[in-house]
Design a protein around this ligand. Structure first.
Ligand SMILES: [Mg+2]
Length: 270
C-alpha cells in the first residue's frame, strides 16, 4: 500500500518464534507425565506417537482445535495443539469412552507450560527491526502482553524499541450471534467452514485501522478476518504443520502470499 508509514500487524508465536524449538522441553515433560497416566514407559509412548501423528495427518481436515463446540483452527495450528491432538488420539484408543480426557490434557498442559523456552525463526531480528523501522509495527497475539514483550526484549537485545504489543487478542473466540461479519466462509479446497465472527480480534484490527498487512502462521486464526476486511495477508508456513489447503489458498491470491522465510517476506513487504 502507498501509505507513508504503513501499519503492519504481526502474530508472534509461530510467526516470529520457532515454536517447535520452544516447545522441546515442554513436550518432554508433557509426554513423560502422559506416559505415566497411560501406564506405559515414555519410550513406548515415543514409539506410538509417530503412528498417531501419521493418522491425524492422513485426514487433518477432520481434526481441529475446538472452542465452544466449533473448530476454530486446524489440529496442526501449532505444536502444542498438535501434541494435544496426538495424545488425545492415543488415549481414546486405549480408553475408549473415557470422558475425562479433555480435563486430563488440560492438566498435563498446565503442568508442563513453564518448560516452554524462547527460540526465534531465522531472520526474526531483521524482520521485526525492519518492519518497525519502515512503518508502524504492532504485534497482535493471543498470548499475554508481558510474555511477548519479554521475548521481544530477548530478540532485540534488552530493549523493546517501543513496539506495540496487543495481547489476549482471543483470535480463537467465535461468537455466532455477533453480526459484524458473515458467520463463515469456505474457500475452495477447505475441509470445513472458517469462522469470521471473531468480534474480539475484529475490534483489535478496527482499532488499528488502517492496517496495510497482517502476517501470521495460522490462516484461520490470524488471517481470515483481515483478508475479509480487504487487508493484505501473509501466511508464514511451518514444514509438516501448515495444512495444504491453507498454502493452496495463496496460489494466485490477489491480495496476499505465503512463504516459510521471514527474509523473503520482508523483501516483498519493504
Ligand atoms: Mg501463531
Amino acid at each position: 500500500m502507498a501509505n507513508e508509514r504503513p501499519t503492519r500487524v504481526i502474530d508472534f508465536d509461530g510467526t516470529v518464534t520457532d515454536v517447535q524449538q520452544e516447545a522441546a522441553d515442554y513436550l518432554a515433560a508433557y509426554r513423560e507425565q502422559a506416559a505415566h497416566k497411560l501406564a506405559m514407559t515414555p519410550d513406548i509412548l515415543d514409539m506410538i506417537i509417530p503412528l498417531a501423528r501419521k493418522e491425524i495427518l492422513k485426514k487433518p481436515g477432520i481434526h481441529g482445535w475446538e472452542v465452544n463446540g466449533l473448530i476454530v483452527a486446524p489440529a496442526t495450528a501449532d505444536v502444542y495443539l498438535f501434541n494435544r491432538a496426538i495424545i488425545r488420539k492415543i488415549w481414546q484408543h486405549l480408553e475408549p469412552g473415557f470422558e475425562g480426557i479433555g480435563v486430563a490434557l488440560d492438566e498435563l498442559h498446565q503442568n508442563s507450560y513453564d518448560r516452554a523456552g524462547t527460540a526465534f525463526r531465522d531472520h526474526a531480528l531483521e524482520f521485526v527491526t525492519e518492519l518497525h523501522r519502515s512503518g508502524k509495527l504492532v504485534v497482535v497475539t493471543n498470548s499475554e502482553t508481558k510474555k511477548v514483550k519479554e521475548k521481544l526484549a530477548t530478540l532485540l537485545g534488552g530493549e523493546d524499541h517501543g513496539i506495540e504489543v496487543v495481547g489476549n487478542a482471543k483470535k480463537y473466540l467465535v461468537d455466532p450471534a455477533w453480526e459484524g461479519l458473515p458467520l463463515s466462509v469456505t474457500p475452495p479446497g477447505f475441509p470445513r467452514p472458517v469462522y469470521l465472527r471473531r468480534p474480539h480480534y475484529h475490534a483489535v484490527l478496527e482499532g488499528l485501522n488502517p492496517v496495510s498487512a497482517v502476517i501470521g502462521d495460522v490462516y484461520e486464526l490470524d488471517l481470515a478476518v483481515p483478508e475479509h476486511l480487504g487487508i493484505t495477508t501473509v501466511l508464514v508456513t511451518t514444514p509438516d504443520m501448515t495444512p495444504d489447503w491453507e498454502i493452496n489458498h495463496y496460489q494466485n491470491h490477489d491480495n496476499g502470499f505465503t512463504s516459510g522465510s521471514l527474509g523473503e517476506i520482508l523483501g516483498k513487504l519493504t
